[in-house]
Every structure is written in C-alpha cells, then in structure tokens.
Design a protein. Structure first.
Length: 534
C-alpha cells in the first residue's frame, strides 16, 4: 500500500475511507488545541495550516470518507466519480503552493477546449480558452458580436485584475472587503460595477451581444448552483465568480484533476496528517459547546478550547443548540439554502456524438458542454420548479473526465458528469424516489436532443437530487455552496470565520469568499484562529 512521507496509508488508496487509528477513549483523554468538525476540502486546509503552526488538531468526519462535496467513490466497479465537484479552477495558488500539493501527487490538465454549445438550429460554438481560436468561433457564428465579445471579456479581465490581482492584493485573502473598498478598487468602471453588483445575466448578455445564440451560450453560467433565474438581478456576478481564478497562472482557466476531483481532498488529508493532525471518519458529532468541547453521537465528550466547524451553518446551528447566539442565528437563517440542482453520474459506452459536430472523441469532449435554453425557457423553468414540478427541459453542463484520464474508468468506456437545473427540492406530490426515473429521462432527453447516439450510449446512470446531496454530502437543502452566492450574500455579507460564540469558528463555503473548490476559506479560518486577540 502506498504511504505518505510519515508512513500513513495514502488516503486515495481507500477512496477517503480512513482506518481507525485511535479509540474514542484515547481521543477523550488526549489534549487537543483545536477540533475541526467535518473533513471537506476547506476543513482539511484549515487543519493542515493549524497543525503546521504546532497546534494539536483533531478532525472528526461524520461520513465514512473524507472530502465532503469534493470526494470520490466507485459508483460502479472501476468507475471512480466525484458526486458533486467536477473541475478545479478556483483552488487558490497560495494553498497549493504553501501546502505543496504537487509533492503529494496533485496534477491537473487544462480544459483548453473551454465551453461547447450546440444549438437547436444545428449550429454550434466552441468557446476555446485560446483567445484567437475563440474569436474565430464568434466570428463564424455571430460576426456582428465580435466587438461585444471583446468588451465582455475585457470587463471580466478588469474585474479580475482589480479584485484579485496576481501576487499581492488579492481580496480573497483575509477579511472580506466592504462594498466601499470594492468600489474604490473599481473606480469609475461602470460596466465592472454593474457586472459585479447589479446586472442579471440576461441584462449582461444583452448589453454585449445581439445574437440570441451567443446569449444562450453563456446564460447558464450566471446561475450555477443558484436558485435564481438568469433574469434575476445579480446573476451576472455568479459568472464572474467562476471566472475569477488564475489556475496555473492562467486567468479564468479550469482543469481536470488527474485521478479525479476527490484527489484534491485526499491529498489535503495526507498533508494534514503528515503535519500532525489526527483525522477520523465515521465519527459524527452530535453537539458543540463553543470554546469547550464536542459531544459525539455515542455520548462521549472530547475537549478543546477551539472548535472549527466545516459543516454548513445550518448544521452548525443544530449542533450548537442553545449555545447559538441569537443574532448570529438570524443571520444564518436569512441566507437561502435550498438547492435546485440535479447531478447525474453516467457510465457511457462511448462519448456523445453531437449532431452539429459529430464524433465520439472530439476536441469539445475535453472541455465542458452546455445544452442551452432560451430566455423564455429559463424563466418558465425556474418558475415551474419553484412550484414543485419539473420543467419541460433542463439546462445541463457536461464533463467528461475520462477523455483526459483513462484511470478513472474501465478500458474502452467513459464517464459523464451532469450538472443540471432546475429541479424542485421538494415535489408538490410524491418524493424524489417517486420522481427519480422521470428526472433521469428528462435529463438524458435534454442532452439527447443534440446527439445522434443517445440514450443508446448510456450504460448506467445515478441521479442525485437536492435531498440526495443533503444526505450523501451533508449540505442542508442540497445547496452546493452552503448558501446562495448572489451579491446580497457575498463579500462582507458572507459569514465570517470568527463567530460571536467565543472559541467557535467556521471554515466552509458559507464563509467569504464563497463556494466552489477554493481552499482559501480554510486558510482564512486558520489565520483567524492563529490571530492574537487583544
């Protein structure tokens, strides 16, 4: 069995399921400086930094494997799939560099093919990461929008450079900036201000593009994981959030992690343990007493003066019980946390052949694929889902990890991860189990309308609705970012790592700077724990 530098079995060898290394009695007798509740990627980052600073750190994960939403399991024999996290793009360079993830085997492959969108009229566009190739595609599809495309890209670039410049000055590090601090950075750049704080995705796209197809190509990028319509104010900021990274020094780049996305968390677990943290799985916490202890489901009590919760804030509220500060509780409950996303893990005989660009192993299979909706369909689909019913079509985003990495599927077959909206969290009649086959058929049909080999290419599929995500990953409401990321819930309005309860901190996606596989949330929490108090 492969082992880490300090002799621990590598977390990846067991897909995040850790063997018991200590009895509960031993844990209760030991002296701990910090207990981290949960072992998602941010919690593991936090634990690693605290252990590196010399703290005695205990990480307790309720589920059988580490990683939270960024984990990996064998859905079918030989198919290793992450249930919720698909690509890496916002993982902070400071975390990867300072914790030396590369030395533990972290590798990623650029998704240089960008975003491919087939349209109902038989045309298509591939929005390459390469600027010249992307402009060629825009020129071919909508030549009148080339100037607008350049302006659209320029606004995102200016936002990124002013808010998240390379090197020093990145506003993601440390305390969240105020609205006024952000405005000072943006100056009189009115388009940047509107994209960050005001525009709906529809308004944004109509500002830059005339061609309805080019608008449709980007529409879903404004509502990823967001229970809102692209017609709703602030949704353009969701697109910028996902374009604000500098993966490998390449602005806006996303990539596929070698071995699967779960490797990010598995490697972070190896690093945390090598730095001295103790990590246990299948050890659910039932109660948190801030600044004092946690109580396990079996009634055992483990003491520490600092508790860091990687659980989402509503779970943390439940664990706190009467210890929760009333003002903080109101703030937590004010953030919507109802998921609208369904995820499908799919085993394929071959990759989908899109009728607009036929072939089962084409350049677009190495990026992402969106199946679009019209503006009217976006509006009606969101409204219908809010009434507990399924819309007529789903917007889908598709990822083909096996096109880059043959190790995550048996020879000769492929994986497809599907991220789709909108679905109800709760159906008007019946349960998710009652509607699962209907959802499966709807999702595959929404993809198949653009393909000539669907659903025949499908070997098997797994459907995870919001309640399934809540149960499998522990995210309340199945909301993948631990709460909405629209502007009214971002920046200084995001929850802070330090809570009003002395000795209690948060480190998950509910904290600034928000959701996705970022890691800096865990870093910021660790720095806050280590910050001297007056």
């Amino acid at each position: 069995m492969e082992r880490t530098r300090n002799g621990f079995p590598r977390t990846a060898t067991t897909l995040g399921v850790l063997p018991a290394t200590h009895s509960i009695a031993e844990l209760s007798r030991a002296r701990w400086d910090v207990i981290v509740v949960g072992a998602g990627h941010n919690a593991l980052v936090c634990a690693a930094y605290l252990a590196r600073a010399g703290k005695q750190v205990l990480v307790l994960e309720a589920r059988e494997r580490v990683g939270g939403a960024c984990t990996m399991r064998e859905v079918w024999p030989g198919f290793r799939i992450s249930p919720c996290a698909y690509l890496v793009g916002l993982l902070h360079d400071r975390v990867t560099r300072e914790l030396d993830l590369a030395a533990y085997g972290y590798e990623w492959i650029p998704a240089e093919s960008g975003l491919f969108i087939p349209f109902d009229d038989g045309t298509s566009i591939q929005l390459w990461e390469d600027e010249a190739k992307c402009e060629d595609e825009v020129r071919r599809l909508a030549p009148g929008d080339l100037k607008g495309f350049r302006a659209f890209s320029s606004t995102k670039s200016r936002l990124r450079d002013r808010l998240r410049p390379a090197g020093d000055g990145d506003l993601w590090i440390g305390a969240a900036p105020t609205h006024e601090q952000i405005l000072r950075r943006l100056g009189d750049d009115h388009e940047a201000r509107k994209m960050l704080f005001e525009w709906s995705m529809v308004e944004c796209l109509e500002h830059y593009f005339q061609d309805e197809r080019l608008q449709a190509a980007y529409m879903g990028q404004g509502v990823i994981g967001t229970n809102a319509s692209p017609h709703d104010p602030g949704t353009a900021s969701i697109h910028f959030h996902h374009q604000s990274g500098r993966l490998g020094g390449q602005p806006g780049m996303w990539g596929y992690v070698k071995g699967g996305m779960g490797m990010v968390s598995f490697i972070l677990c190896d690093i945390a343990r090598d730095l001295g943290a103790t990590v246990l799985t299948s050890t659910p916490v039932a109660r948190i007493t801030p600044g004092a202890s946690v109580e396990l489901e079996g009634g055992e009590v483990i003491h520490a003066p600092v508790i860091v919760s990687g659980a989402d804030p509503r779970v943390t509220l439940r664990l706190l019980g009467d210890h929760a500060d009333s003002g903080w509780k109101e703030r937590v409950l004010a953030v919507p946390q109802v998921g609208c996303t369904v995820k499908l893990n799919v085993a394929l005989k071959e990759l989908p052949s899109f009728t607009s660009r036929p072939g089962t192993f084409m350049p677009h299979h190495k990026g992402q694929v969106n199946t679009p909706l019209t503006k009217e369909e976006w509006l009606s689909s969101h409204r219908v889902s809010q009434t507990g019913r399924l819309p007529g079509r789903l917007w889908t985003e598709l990822y083909f990890h096996s096109a880059h990495d043959a190790t995550i599927a048996p020879a000769g077959v492929h994986t497809m991860s599907v991220f789709a909206q909108y679905v109800p969290h709760t159906f008007a009649t019946g349960t998710w189990d009652d509607h699962r086959e209907e959802v499966r058929s709807l999702a595959l049909a929404s993809i198949g309308r653009y393909c000539d080999n669907f659903p025949g290419a499908v070997i098997d599929s797994e459907v995870l609705g919001p309640p399934d995500i809540e149960r499998e990953v522990g995210l309340t409401g199945g909301q993948i970012f631990q709460g909405e990321c629209l502007p009214e819930f971002m920046w200084e309005r995001r929850l802070t790592p330090r809570t009003p309860m002395p000795g209690l901190y948060l480190c998950g996606a509910a904290t600034y700077p928000g959701g996705s596989v970022i890691g800096i949330n865990g870093f910021n929490a660790a720095m806050e724990v280590l910050r001297p108090t007056k």
